[in-house]
Structures are given as structure tokens and as C-alpha cells.
Design a protein around this ligand. Structure first.
Ligand SMILES: Nc1ncnc2c1ncn2[C@@H]1O[C@H](COP(=O)(O)OP(=O)(O)OP(=O)(O)O)[C@@H](O)[C@H]1O
Length: 504
């Protein structure tokens, strides 16, 4: 029987007849055989060209086969070695196994038994290799090292573009300083990540880092969220409550979307920056603050100032160190490394195999404009990891998901005409198809593929089981209206409800 990939066996025996018999039998079994009259030439050959299995005699004029087993196993613990001897003593047998031999054969033996043993030893070895964690290539290990260093140094900010390198450089220069920083950049570029890195390399690194997003809090609550409130300061203020300034004491307070801060809160913030003091809402007690401020915005603050929405004096207080985080489309060279980073990160989080992007899929990602910047790329990679059953991400999958993402569609990953120019109807049907297809892919993936039979009925039934209750909820249980919306007659609806086990 021919082996799939030819494996090499090295034989050492001082008896030429034995060597001949072994060479013949093992070659017939499909192995490549090199036979030697002594141990040293075998070891030399192995060191130079390697080999998959060794068969050795024990007593040979130039050296002991057992000594060779010991020295080879010390360096190659997984190498299978079969020992054979005409002087079969207990001592020899014990020593052979103690030194790591796979098997010990007393001469004379049935040659078929040796061939059989050889096959088993090689199979076992293959299994062991398969079950062992993959050994990394030097290149992989170096890349991982670099990632780790980057992650450690810049809190997980990835980017090898010149713009990102310049940003890293500034963050590095800022370490040891406590100056106020204003970060500017489009949404999703990584402003919060940068703020965290600035904090992590500052003398306050052991203090708290607290983040608050002005756009995410109702405007009339921003002041009390930031500065805390006194009991009874407003309806609902049942007790005295600290704000983010107190929580960030001794550390850094990150004020995201500062452009959305209401005027009254701006005045209080200005006071903290000028005097280092503030008062709780509803109190006149002056509290001291030891907090470093890092603010961020995607808005153009000078425009907000000219429109009377932002205090000019506050702007200058905040903008002591301006940092700009570049858009992803202006640093396309970072897209491959970011994509790989998110593929690895997501698969680790979700405990699934890391997917690969084909070259043309990667080209698509690089060509795209990324209006949502790094956040959009991260989200897309997460979706692809979760929803695609295959290990490889091909460009069609990216086009498919593009249709379900209004933002992506605008920029057109597929290279088609922009979707806004298509009719609403076709837009809708496109996204329905894509959403359904995504869900089906996930559904089939959880069922282990599309090998099941009766898929048509099963899928339609599952659709009905979701659709009918949904429409009935919409009509508050009114079946006449529900049947109208569904476009089926009342009796059909009643029958389907019964089939689905829905109560009358
Ligand atoms: N250079 C980067 N390397 C790794 N991950 C990044 C990078 N930039 C952004 N991210 C990731 O992208 C997502 C968005 O980043 P982040 O929240 O910092 O953006 P942002 O500019 O503060 O957004 P917004 O203005 O909408 O608040 C986060 O999950 C972040 O971890």
C-alpha cells in the first residue's frame, strides 16, 4: 500500500542480511528507507536530512543502539524508535523502554510484525502532532510579539500609518504631563481609546479613569451627573449624590462630545479648570477638585463658538494640547492590520476559530470609505465572524452585508452605483433578502450545515411562527385585521394559528 506522503525510515544494523530484508519489506510498504551498518552514520544522516522513524539493532561494532536511543530522544522526544536485538535480555528490554523506545523486538521476528509496528508508530506520532497546539512559525511569533508590545504600549491602539505613528509619538511626549487635552476626530476614530492611553501613560495612571458622554445624557441631567447634587436640589433628588468629578478624583475625567455640553455646565467646568473648585447642584459649599480633564469632540468647536453654542474661554482652557485622530479613510494602510486585529480579537471573545479574509475581500475593505471609521470596521468584522459559517471571508459576503448597513450602502462597497440612486422598493427588497439570508446562514450554521431534509417546510413554518404572532400583536389580537395585513383569509389564519398551537 502506498503512503500518501512518503515517510522516511532510518535503519541501523551491522548485519547486511537484516538490512536487506528490512529495506525490501519497508520499501514495499511505501516507505523510503536508508540503512546504515552503524549508529554514527545514521545519526549524521538524521541530523542533516531528518527522518520519521528509526529502527536500530542494539549491539554494533561502532556503538550501542541503546545509547543512540538515549541521545536522540533527549533532543527529539517525539521521534519514534524501534529497537531490535538478537541478545534479548531483560536488561536490554528495560533499558530500551526506559530510554524512550516505541517498541522492542527480539530477533528473529516476523518481518510483517515489524512493518505493522512501524505503521502504528507513525500513526501515533501523527495523532500526537495533530493534537499538539500548533507550533508557531518565527514570523507568526514575531508578529504576535509586536501586537502585544503595541497593545501594552498604547492600550490596544493599532496603527502603523504615519498619522498614527505621529499620534503615538505625541502621546509618548505627553506622558509625565498633566495638561488638559482636547481630542478632535470623527466619530468612531478611536478618541476614547486615545484618551485612555493618555491617562495610562500619565502620572495619574493609578487613579481612576472616568468617561462621560454629553450626547448620551439628557441635557437637564448633565450638570448633576458631572458635579453631583445636594438632597432636594430638584424633584427626584432624594439624597445627596456625588457626580463624575468626585468619582474621578485623583485620576482623569474624559468628557466625550464636549460640543453637546449645555451652557450652564460649561460655566461650571470653566470654573473647575480655572480655580480647581466646584459646587454640587443645589449647594453653595465649595469643593476642591483634583481631576485631569481630557475632552473630545467630532464637532468644529470654533463654529460652535461663532454660533454662540460654546464658550470661547472654555475652548482655550480645554485646547491646551490638541490631538487629532485621523479618519480611517485617510490612513488606509492601517485597514489590513486593524482587520486582522479585530478578526483575532472577536474570535477570542466569542471562542470561535479565527476567520481569514481572502485577498480580494481585503481589497474591498481597503477600497471602502469607512464613514463610521474604526468602529464600523470592528462592527463589520464582528458580524462576519458571527454570521458566516465558512472559515474564509470572500468579497461577496462583504457585499451582502453592505446591503444591510445603510451607512455601508452609502459608500458602496460593491463598486455599484450608490444605493440612494436606486428606488426605495429595490432598496427595501435588497435589505430584506440580505437580512433573511444572514439569519438563514446563522440558522443553518447552528444546525451544522444544510444536510437536513425538509428544509423548505421547516423554514416556512418557523417564519410563520414568528410572523403570525407579530402581526396579531400589532392588531391587538384582531384576526380580521391580521388576516388583511397578511393577505390571507380568516379561515386560513385560524388554521395556521391552530397548527402553531396558538390559543384561540
Ligand atoms: N486604532 C485603533 N486600534 C484598535 N481599536 C480601535 C482603534 N480605533 C478605534 N478602535 C475601536 O473602535 C471602537 C470605537 O472607538 P472609540 O469609542 O474610541 O471612538 P470615538 O472616536 O471615541 O467614537 P465616538 O466619537 O463615537 O465616541 C472601539 O471599540 C475601539 O476600541
Amino acid at each position: 500500500m502506498q503512503q500518501e506522503a512518503e515517510q522516511t525510515i532510518l535503519v541501523a544494523d551491522d548485519d547486511q542480511a537484516v538490512r536487506f530484508v528490512l529495506e525490501q519489506a519497508l520499501s514495499r510498504a511505501g516507505y523510503k528507507v536508508h540503512a546504515f551498518g552503524n549508529t554514527q552514520p545514521l545519526v549524521n544522516h538524521f541530523n542533516q536530512y531528518g527522518g520519521d522513524l528509526i529502527i536500530t539493532d542494539v549491539v554494533m561494532p561502532g556503538g550501542s543502539g541503546l545509547d543512540m536511543v538515549q541521545s536522540l530522544k533527549a533532543t527529539y522526544p517525539d521521534l519514534p524508535i524501534i529497537v531490535m536485538t538478537a541478545q534479548s535480555t531483560l536488561r536490554n528490554a528495560v533499558q530500551a523502554f526506559e530510554r524512550g523506545a516505541f517498541e522492542y523486538l527480539a530477533k528473529p521476528f516476523d518481518i510483517n510484525r515489524l512493518v505493522d509496528l512501524t505503521r502504528r508508530a507513525l500513526q501515533k506520532q501523527e495523532e500526537r502532532v495533530r493534537n499538539q497546539p500548533q507550533t508557531k512559525t518565527k514570523q507568526q511569533a514575531a508578529a504576535e510579539d509586536m501586537d502585544r508590545q503595541l497593545e501594552e504600549r498604547f492600550g490596544g491602539i493599532i496603527g502603523s500609518s504615519r498619522a498614527m505613528q505621529a499620534l503615538f509619538h505625541t502621546i509618548g511626549r505627553l506622558s509625565n504631563s498633566e495638561m488638559t487635552v482636547l481630542i478632535h476626530g470623527e466619530s468612531g476614530t478611536g478618541k476614547e481609546l486615545v484618551a485612555r492611553a493618555v491617562h495610562a501613560y500619565s502620572p495619574r495612571r493609578r487613579g481612576p479613569f472616568t468617561a462621560i458622554n454629553m450626547a448620551a445624557i439628557p441635557r437637564d441631567l448633565i450638570e448633576s451627573e458631572l458635579f453631583g447634587h445636594e438632597k432636594g436640589a430638584f424633584t427626584g433628588a432624594v439624597s445627596r449624590r456625588p457626580g463624575h468629578f468626585q468619582k474621578a478624583e485623583g485620576g482623569t475625567l474624559f468628557l466625550d462630545e464636549i460640543g453637546d455640553m449645555p451652557m450652564e455646565a460649561q460655566t461650571r467646568l470653566l470654573r473647575v479648570l480655572q480655580e480647581g473648585t466646584f459646587t454640587l447642584v443645589g449647594s453653595t459649599d465649595i469643593l476642591r477638585s483634583d481631576v485631569r480633564i481630557i475632552a473630545a469632540t467630532h464637532q468644529d468647536l470654533p463654529t460652535a463658538i461663532s454660533e454662540g453654542r460654546f464658550r470661547e474661554d472654555l475652548f482655550y482652557r480645554l485646547n491646551v494640547i490638541p490631538l487629532h485622530v485621523p479618519t480611517l479613510r485617510s490612513r488606509k494602510e492601517d485597514i489590513p492590520v486593524l482587520s486582522q486585529y479585530f478578526l483575532a480579537k472577536t474570535s477570542k471573545e466569542l471562542k470561535v476559530a479565527t476567520k481569514r479574509l481572502t485577498q480580494s475581500a481585503m481589497e474591498k475593505l481597503v477600497a471602502y470609505d469607512w464613514p463610521g471609521n474604526v468602529r464600523e470596521l470592528e462592527n463589520l468584522i464582528r458580524r462576519l465572524t458571527v454570521l458566516i459559517p465558512e472559515d474564509e471571508i470572500r468579497p461577496e459576503k462583504i457585499e451582502l452585508y453592505e446591503r444591510t448597513m445603510p451607512k455601508l450602502a452609502r459608500n458602496d462597497l460593491s463598486g455599484h452605483e450608490p444605493q440612494e440612486e436606486r428606488s426605495t422598493e429595490s432598496n427595501t427588497s435588497h435589505s430584506y433578502e440580505a437580512i433573511l439570508l444572514q439569519d438563514l446562514d446563522t440558522f443553518f450554521a447552528t444546525m451544522g450545515g444544510l444536510e437536513t431534509s425538509g428544509v423548505y417546510d421547516m423554514v416556512l413554518r418557523k417564519m410563520e411562527a414568528v410572523l403570525i404572532p407579530r402581526v396579531l400583536r400589532q392588531t391587538r389580537g384582531n384576526r380580521v385585521k391580521a388576516a388583511q395585513i397578511l393577505g390571507i383569509n380568516r379561515n386560513t389564519l385560524r388554521k395556521k394559528m391552530r397548527d402553531l398551537g396558538m390559543d384561540d
